[in-house]
Design a protein around this ligand. Structure first.
Ligand code: SAM
Ligand code: SF4
Length: 325
């Protein structure tokens, strides 16, 4: 399926829930914007809709996200059911509950895990996430490695919060075959975004290269990350520059929210309700096609982040937990 700019849309991210067991400062709004339970996709609805995307629209990869996908009731059953579809299955998780799911994830054919970790210091982890779960996550990352999973560690870098840990994260890649991805802090509803808290791709790279020699690695065509390696290190690091250098020209991503709304862009201000017509027995395929045809060239049609109206413009697209990052 192609959008009107000729970009193939073959990657669907499904938010299993908008609830979470952490409250990361850059993500969870002070007043949580939780969806009513009756509006959430049931297990069967997730499977049936995913099936349409895979069989009728050629979706090749599905990533489960949230909120915290592993905190969703019956997450295991959902993963098991989706693994029967001819699609690459992936997950982004905060890692707190991962140890309960390793056998199931292996059985479901997942080979790679994206695990979020914003600090290597237990106290700072607690400041950022409001929970005392550092060791659980850190140990689960090590368990995932020892079980042979390819592990990407997502780290949202915020000035005054964890930017002083950049070198520690890169040092971690020396003996660990992990792939640390530093993510620029993006604005969403209620997440206290300010330009002053954004550490740019350029600045991150400057900080790292003052201490480490780095070599640039090749990036996949649809990759959102610019990848590097310190020569001799077992792992790599990369930067996801969604704020200062958008990568919309090769975007192949669609998103389904936990209440069954299709978003053709992370920053879209519009969603297409698929769940209501689906529950009424209607054919949702024309709605999917229309939504894809409306995908904007860049950032959901919003102005660049350096535009003076940017914080206001980005504050009405929904909060991250509901969209599914
Ligand atoms: N709870 C899971 C987790 O944290 O990995 C999955 C959902 S979370 C919304 C998905 C990813 O979005 C995480 O890696 C998180 O760090 C990232 N994220 C959340 N809010 C963000 C923001 N404001 N800017 C950049 N990345 C953000
Ligand atoms: Fe939860 Fe993930 Fe958001 Fe943190 S980033 S509050 S773990 S959904």
């Amino acid at each position: 399926m192609k959008d009107s700019f000729g970009r193939t849309q073959d990657y669907l991210r499904i938010s299993l829930t908008d609830r979470c067991n952490l409250q990361c400062s850059y993500c969870m709004p002070d007043i949580p914007c939780f969806l009513p339970n009756e509006n959430l996709l049931s297990e069967e609805e997730i499977f049936e809709m995913a099936k349409i995307f895979v069989m009728d629209f050629g979706i090749r990869k599905i990533r489960l996200t949230g909120g915290e996908p592993l905190a969703r009731k019956n997450a295991g059953e959902i993963i098991e059911a989706l693994s029967r579809l001819p699609v690459e299955l992936a997950i982004t998780t905060n890692g707190v509950l991962l140890d309960r799911f390793f056998p199931l994830l292996k059985k479901a054919g997942l080979t790679s895990l994206n695990i979020s970790l914003d600090s290597l210091m237990p106290d700072n982890f607690q400041v950022i996430t409001k929970q005392d779960s550092f060791y659980q996550v850190f140990e689960n990352i090590n368990r995932a490695l020892s079980l042979g999973f390819h592990v990407k560690v997502n780290t949202v870098v915020q000035r005054g919060m964890n930017e002083h840990e950049l070198l520690d994260f890169v040092a971690w890649t020396r003996h660990s075959p992990i792939h640390v991805r530093f993510i620029e802090f993006m604005p969403f509803d209620g997440n206290r975004w300010q330009w002053g808290k954004v550490v740019s791709y350029r600045e991150m790279l400057e900080k790292v290269t003052t201490f480490f020699p780095v070599e640039k690695l090749d990036d996949d065509r649809n990759s959102t990350a610019k990848s590097y390696r310190v020569p001799g290190h077992a792992g790599t690091f990369s930067v996801i520059s969604s704020v200062t250098a958008a990568f919309c020209d090769t975007c192949n991503r669609l998103r389904m929210t936990a209440d069954g709304k299709l978003r053709n862009c992370l920053f879209s201000q519009k969603e297409t309700d698929l769940l209501t017509p689906f529950r009424n027995g209607a054919d949702i395929r024309p709605l999917v096609r229309h939504s894809v045809s409306q995908k904007q060239a860049e950032r959901g049609g919003l102005p660049g982040f350096d535009h003076e109206e940017a914080p206001e413009a980005y504050a009405h697209g929904g909060c991250m937990t509901a969209i599914g990052g």
